[in-house]
Design a protein around this ligand. Structure first.
Ligand SMILES: [Zn+2]
Length: 359
């Protein structure tokens, strides 16, 4: 029998065998049998070399035609089987097109993010815009420009995480990077960045993450959030600050919330104050949550120190301003009665899903 006859036989048999295949698996097996590396067509093509030279081009053409036909027949058969399968499932009612779909799980914001977004809305109503700064800072912006020179005792308040010199950690001798690169210990460096970038009047809030080398416990994390507020203008006073904070406490803690100012200390404000609201747990008489004082401190604030105004590129004799810093983590703990700050960074959905947005 000649190669031409063999090809004709294969052509006919492939067609019959494919129409007899009743599953996708059977079709795939046939694909292997017919077209695989040692498949029937491949074997015939190998014997092409033994055919008379004059006939080879014509035989080659026929072989290619047969391959194309078989491939098309395989794809057609698979298509048909898929259609039949769908029809069968529909008629069996195994697939009920009218049944409700399975619910898609939609995520939501972390409770701290929800609170920060709420704060952003409140401050927006007071004309504040959001101004963000880098989480990796220089010693200059984090300390020096904020009136905290290298020998200032206030530096002891913050255990700073330094970014190591490249390669020094692997070498077992981590040295702080020469340019004093650190993870910012507060959002205050953004005060100077905002003053240098923006025109008067400046009215910004600077939400973001901060980092300190803390012994981690239920109320301290090495990673936490702050929202800093900054107002710089030609005619601002401590009275403006007090009035605004009292207005902001209302939407946060209720219309009748009692508030108070008391002296505080920060190197970058002068004078500095702490802003308290009546205890959110006991409302005044004193309890364990407020240390029996009846008050809870919700933020620190003050008039921006003249040195910091100067760092920002303004003349402190001409402009003044005030700044305040809030702790969104603690505020979120109070809002929801959460007892352990470590839960915020636990990445545990069982925790996060307890606080859907809008609560
Ligand atoms: Zn209390």
């Amino acid at each position: 029998m000649s190669l031409a006859d063999d090809l004709a036989t294969l052509r006919a048999s492939a067609r019959d065998r494919l129409s007899a295949a009743t599953s996708a698996d059977a079709v795939e097996a046939l694909r292997h049998e017919l077209l695989g590396r040692s498949g029937e067509l491949t074997m015939l093509l190998r014997s092409l070399g033994t055919a008379p030279e004059g006939e080879r081009p014509a035989l080659g053409r026929v072989a290619n035609e047969v391959r194309g036909e078989i491939e098309a027949a395989i794809n057609g058969r698979l298509e048909t089987l898929r259609g039949e399968d769908l029809e069968r499932r529909l008629s069996d009612e195994a697939l009920d097109m009218s049944a409700p779909g399975s619910p898609v799980r939609v995520g939501h914001l972390h409770p701290v993010m929800t609170l920060m977004r709420d704060l952003r809305e409140i401050f927006h109503a007071f004309g504040f815009e959001v101004y963000e700064g880098p989480e990796i800072e220089t010693d200059e912006y984090n300390f020096e420009l904020l009136n905290i020179p290298p020998d200032h005792p206030a530096r002891d308040l913050w255990d700073t995480l330094y970014v190591a010199e490249p390669g020094s950690v692997e070498a077992g001798d981590p040295r702080p990077a020469v340019d004093g690169t650190i993870l910012r210990t507060h959002t205050s460096p953004v005060q100077v960045r905002a003053m240098r970038a923006l025109d008067l009047p400046i009215r910004v809030i600077t939400p973001g993450r901060c980092f300190r080398y803390e012994a981690v416990d239920a109320s301290h994390g090495f990673e936490f959030h702050q929202i800093e507020g900054l107002v710089i203008d030609r005619d601002t006073s401590l009275a403006d600050l007090k009035g605004m904070l009292e207005e902001i406490a209302r939407p946060l803690y209720g219309r009748d919330t009692r508030t108070r100012f008391r002296p505080g200390y920060y190197p970058f404000t002068e004078p500095s104050v702490a802003f308290d609201v009546a205890c959110l747990v006991c409302g005044g008489p004193g309890c364990a949550a407020c240390g029996r004082t009846g008050w809870m401190t919700i933020l620190g604030a003050g008039m921006v120190h003249p040195e910091v105004i100067r760092s920002g590129g303004f003349d402190p004799d001409e402009v003044q301003g005030y700044a305040f810093g809030l702790g969104p983590d603690r505020m979120t703990m109070l809002r929801h009665g959460i007892g352990d700050i470590r839960l915020f960074f636990s990445a545990d959905l069982r925790f996060v899903t307890q606080f859907p947005e809008g609560r």
